[in-house]
Design a protein around this ligand. Sequence first.
Ligand code: HEC
Ligand code: HEC
Ligand code: HEC
Ligand code: HEC
Ligand code: HEC
Ligand code: HEC
Length: 439
Amino acid sequence: MITIALLLVSTAPIYAQGDAKNGEKLFKANCTACHALDKQLVGPALGGVVARLKADQNLDTDWIHKWVKNNKELRASGDKYANEVFEKFNKTEMQLFPNLQDKDIDDILEYTTNPPPPEPDPVATPVDGAAAGASGEDSSTSKIILVSLLAIAGLLIALMFKIGQLVKLQQSEELTAANARNAKSFAQIYEKYSVVGKIILGALAVFAFYGFWNWLMWIGVYKGYKPEQPIYFSHNIHAGVNKIDCQLCHSSAKYGKVSEIPSMNVCMNCHKMIPEYKGKYLEPGKDRDFYTGEIKKIYEATGWDEASQSYTGKTKPVQWTRIHNMPDFVYFNHAQHVVAGEQAIISSHNKKNPDNKIDVVCKACHGKIDTMNVVQMANDFTMGWCIECHRTTEVDMTNGYNQAYFSGLHDKLKKQYPSSNGKITVSAIGGMECGKCHY
Ligand code: HEC
Ligand code: HEC
Ligand code: HEC
Ligand code: HEC
Ligand code: HEC
Ligand code: HEC
């Protein structure tokens, strides 16, 4: 009797067939682009979806399995609710997941039914990306320059004063006793200290040259560059708070040479259904009306009329300001880094920065974009920066791409670069050759 009661209590959750931990992982990887547990995004909120569909539609998990694997097929079969919900969401196509196993879907449903307690509120730690790291170095360099300029100015004033005295001496008919002493002592001082003076002047000249050189080297470096954009689009709110995957918007990063800013259609996939900002997160000095106003700009740009839920045909293209932009003579390919180099870059970054680990390859170069409200350049994107990483990142000789290209070469490379202790860095596979990066 007691055991039965205990059993009943412990199985009290409506649905307990899966592993919520694994479910959470799968949900984040496959579903968060369009679903949240507690609010509608592109698709409906999925918290408690099993109970809801059972209560409202008398559908069981079998139906959900079919829907998740291939909702298109389910609709085509004439299923009533599948077609209803599709209509309700303006015929937005949900992605098909033919590769998810029944067990995976059960795990996801376990997670949507019994999610673990939420993580601490992101509002508590609003960070603005790379700002801290970026400014430190600059301010110490400018301090050095400031001090040296002050020193030079001081020396010039002292010299003018002395010269002024000398000129006065020449013009006066008689040297007063005091002035005579003064002139004599100046001559003596000059003789005594001329060597020291020359050394000081020499040092200052070297200093000034160093400053000039540094200034030259900084031309074309825009680390921290952070322009204002026509729509206030926050990566923190999208990629951070709402955990939208980078590649949902920058999908060509994986396949193409460039990574591209998403078109307005991509925004509308979600914002047809999200006409206003209701999030908890607010930046200091901004309110929900501000964000909502920015969302309306998407409608203005695409000619979307909210009242009639249709496009008017009057569009107004948005001109995003390009932030990262290599000179034309440089060849940079995202796919090479995001696909072939992904594991090598992530593990090398995490080894070098144990306190600042990354999970997404993009962050190795672009910094923690998912914490930035306004994108800024997190690195200086110079030739030295590319080379430094190629010199120190071990390539993953086991990935398919490299295996195909470099099979048999591995041992030869090891012999050729004995100083690297058998480690093969990007430089060994051609990452230092001028022609690889320059047309
Ligand atoms: C590309 C966007 C997208 C992705 C990714 C996505 N969905 Fe959906 N989902 C939708 C939309 C939109 C709907 C509403 C129906 C429609 O328009 O087809 C929906 C509906 C559903 C429904 C029906 C819910 C209800 O209340 O009727 C379930 C269940 C569901 N999705 C589960 C999932 C799961 C599980 C995943 C991840 C494995 C997932 N979806 C990934 C867009 C998406
Ligand atoms: C919801 C869509 C969306 C998501 C998700 C998203 N981005 Fe963006 N991204 C944009 C838009 C729009 C811009 C242009 C406006 C701007 O600069 O803020 C942009 C700009 C950028 C830029 C600057 C491009 C330039 O002009 O040089 C980088 C770098 C970038 N994103 C990286 C990322 C990374 C890394 C992630 C994932 C952590 C990510 N983005 C997630 C939409 C998105
Ligand atoms: C995958 C879904 C998705 C896509 C794609 C998407 N957004 Fe959003 N957007 C959201 C969500 C979720 C919010 C937060 C809504 C809330 O919390 O009430 C949001 C909020 C916003 C806001 C208000 C907050 C802020 O960032 O200033 C703006 C503006 C915005 N989106 C612009 C865009 C633009 C421009 C694009 C296309 C480049 C875009 N969104 C693409 C889901 C999306
Ligand atoms: C190895 C460093 C590196 C990695 C990793 C990387 N990027 Fe980039 N990214 C760059 C460089 C360099 C540029 C400038 C390219 C140019 O101007 O031709 C750039 C430019 C961009 C741009 C501006 C548009 C363009 O294509 O020029 C976006 C958006 C962007 N990256 C997004 C991403 C996303 C999303 C990821 C992860 C999927 C990513 N990047 C991974 C180095 C990197
Ligand atoms: C965070 C580290 C990192 C940075 C920064 C970086 N790269 Fe790379 N790069 C790699 C890795 C890792 C590979 C090797 C990928 C592979 O396994 O094939 C690579 C490969 C390459 C290759 C192909 C080399 C070959 O022999 O096939 C080129 C070209 C290249 N990078 C250009 C650039 C340029 C241009 C920049 C600067 C704008 C840059 N990279 C910045 C890590 C980086
Ligand atoms: C890993 C990629 C990479 C390799 C290898 C490389 N470069 Fe570059 N180089 C760059 C990038 C990126 C820039 C642009 C830097 C900028 O815009 O600040 C550049 C800029 C230059 C410039 C113009 C400098 C300036 O300030 O405008 C010259 C000249 C140059 N490289 C010559 C070479 C030579 C010679 C080699 C071979 C020894 C070489 N590069 C190898 C990536 C590379």
